[in-house]
Structures are given as C-alpha cells and as structure tokens.
Design a protein around this ligand. Structure first.
Ligand SMILES: Cc1ncc(C[n+]2csc(CCOP(=O)(O)OP(=O)(O)O)c2C)c(N)n1
Ligand SMILES: [Mg+2]
Length: 352
C-alpha cells in the first residue's frame, strides 16, 4: 500500500496547525484562570528561575566537556513542573522521562546533587554512576529519570497502585511527552488505571516535537487530552506556559484522584526552546518559531510582568535572580571539584 500523502505542513516539518492550538490563551483550562497571591507569584518565579538558570549552566558545562553522554534541557517548560508541584502535598510521587532536571529541582532535590550527577561525581544523587537520565530521591519522592520513552507511564501507574493498595491518599504524577503518548504501554496503563481507579495524573508535556518530529507528523489525534476517552479517563488541555493555569488544572486533577475517582489526564501545551538534546541542531523548525514563543509566551516573563504591574521593583526582581544564580554557581562549582566515584563503586548498587 502506498504511503498516505502528507500535507504541505507535514512535508515542511513545520507545525503550523499546532501553532494555532497553542496560541496564547487558546488552551481550555476550564474558563478563567485564578490569580495568584503575591506570595505564590514569588514562589513560582523563584522556582522557575532556578530551573532556567540551572539548565543554562548545565548547557554551558556540557559545552565545556564537563558533562558526558546525553543531556536534555527543560528550558521553556518550567511552568509545568512548578505549577504541578504547587498542587501536590508531601508524600505524592513524581516520575518522568529523561528531560528531568526541572522535575527534580521542583521536587526539592538539591541543585548540587543534581549537577554533580551530571558531571559524574561522587556527590551526585546516584554517586555519579547514573548521569542525567538516572537520578532518584526516595526522600523527595522522585522516582526518576527514565531513558526508555514511555516506561515511566507504567511505573507511575504502579506507584498509584501502591498508594491504593496501602490505603493512603497520595497521588502519583507520571510526566511524559507527546511522542511517548503514542507508545503502547501508555494505553495498557490507562486501562488498568481506570479499571482499578488508581490515583495517577498523566501529565502529557506536549512541547510539539518528539526529537525532530512534530506532533502533526506523528500523531493521528493531536488533542492529547482526548487520549483517555476510550477508557473513560477525563482529560483537559492546559496552557502549560502559564503557571497559574497549570496550578489550577493540577488542583482539579489532584482533587479528582484523592477522592478515589481514578486517573486524570492533563495535556500541558508547551514548547522546548532548545534542541531535543545538546547534540540536536534543531533544523526541523525555524528560528522565528522559537523566538515567537519566547517573546509571546515565556512562562517566567509572564510572572515577572505581572509582578512589575503590581508595583514590584525591577531591583527586587533582580535580587531574586541573583540569589538563584548564586545557588546554581555553587552547584556548578561543587560539580566540577567533587571527586569522581572510587573504582570500588563499580561493585555497589548492583542488582543481583
Ligand atoms: C522506547 C524508546 N524508543 C525510542 C527512543 C528514542 N527517543 C528518545 S527521546 C524520543 C522522543 C520522545 O519525545 P517526547 O515524548 O515528545 O518527549 P520530549 O523529548 O519532547 O520531551 C525518542 C524517540 C527511546 N529512548 N526509547
Ligand atoms: Mg515532545
């Protein structure tokens, strides 16, 4: 059978149709977006800035050769993990794929430990033996960090099963991408989660690309909030560039899960500013496309602008950035000077 004809947009690799869906304010977050208090705005700003500066530094260290292997940056998507974290309570679990540094920082993991893992040092979360894609923190309920696309979806469903089995009211969050959404195990997980009413929120981070493939080229159904329809799992599209919209959607989904109603799907409409990984020249999209999102929808600028409009001074905002930069610089310094793991570590933490 001949391959189906592609549209002009698909041929060019440009994601025109999706552009429209994700234009500012287009996502359906269930009506108006509740305002944040000043305190919430400040928490969101600081936490998003920490991720942004951390990722910029990781990119620099990678360029200097201090980080080996793969490194997938989260720049542009910060509002998702920060907004969702604001909707959680202590004891809820988080699991994600390989674009994971932001999730760890949002969970409260230490920037030094994360950065030192990237540089393969003993003080890293996996003693320098895991790297960017393999970090965990039992204390902060962060379950990785998974390089196999989609694997975290079934594991996250398992975490929800454990919550149910133990009779707790904790909720698990399984983050995955638009590309991962087309994986078979996602739907096996959806079925079991709804069948057993498991408290899991499937957070689909639709950043419009899976490596170099745009969603319109790879997905028959590009409204990812509908992916649970045949399992009766409710879903919502959310403006993932607005931290307030993310928090509001998160609150709703968390309440649904905690009430024992089963899983919930949140499609976060977002964008990654950098290539898929550090080695991706991102030739499948135009510079203008990236610049437009940065200019019109940047999640950090949105909060900064609201704070400025609420009479917060430019100076006070700069002080927050300076405080964050200090944390990140200290983490980078530690990550470059901490020793590498001893050779004997090769024989520890091995599953037998
Ligand atoms: C099972 C499996 N298939 C393929 C890959 C190669 N791979 C790594 S990332 C990726 C794209 C995933 O894209 P998406 O889910 O949209 O996440 P994003 O990178 O955009 O955050 C692919 C195909 C893999 N790691 N695992
Ligand atoms: Mg993607």
């Amino acid at each position: 059978m001949a391959a189906p004809k592609k549209s002009a947009a698909q041929e060019s690799g440009q994601d025109k149709g999706q552009d429209k869906v994700q234009e500012k304010g287009q996502a359906k977050t269930g009506g108006s977006i509740p305002e944040f208090t000043r305190e919430q705005e400040l928490v969101a700003l600081r936490d998003m800035l920490l991720i942004r500066r951390f990722e910029e530094k990781a990119g620099q260290l990678y360029g200097m050769g201090a980080i080996g292997g793969f490194c997938h940056l989260y720049i542009g998507q910060e509002a998702i993990v920060v907004g969702m974290q604001m909707a959680l309570k202590q004891g809820d679990q988080v699991i994600t794929g390989y674009r994971d540094h932001g999730h760890m920082l949002a969970c409260g993991m230490d920037a030094k430990g994360v950065m030192a893992e990237l540089t393969g040092r003993h003080g890293g979360y996996s003693k320098g033996k895991g790297g960017s894609m393999h970090m965990f923190s039992k204390e902060k309920n962060f379950f990785g960090g998974h390089g196999i696309v989609g694997a975290q979806v079934s594991l996250g469903t398992g975490l929800a099963f454990a919550n149910r089995y133990r009779g707790t009211d904790f909720v698990s969050l399984a983050y995955f991408g638009d590309g991962a959404s087309n994986q078979g195990q996602v739907y096996e997980s959806f079925n079991m989660a709804e069948l057993w009413k498991l408290p899991v929120i499937y957070v689909i981070e639709n950043n419009r690309y899976a490596m170099g493939t745009s969603v319109t080229r790879s997905s028959a159904q590009t409204d990812f909030s509908k992916r649970g329809i045949s399992f009766n799992i409710p879903g919502e599209q959310v403006d993932g560039m607005d931290v307030r919209a993310v928090k509001a959607a998160g609150d709703k989904a968390v309440a649904w899960c905690r009430a024992g109603k089963g899983p919930f799907i949140l499609e976060m409409q977002t964008y990654r500013y950098r290539g898929h990984s550090m080695s991706d020249p991102a030739k499948y999209r135009t510079r203008e496309e990236v610049d437009k999102v940065r200019h019109d929808q940047d999640p950090i600028e949105q909060v900064r602008n609201r704070l400025l409009a609420a009479k917060m001074s430019e100076q006070d905002l700069k002080a927050i950035d300076a405080e964050v930069r200090e944390i990140v610089n200290a983490a980078a310094d530690f990550a470059q000077h901490d020793p590498e793991p001893a050779a004997a570590e090769l024989w520890t933490d091995v599953y037998r």
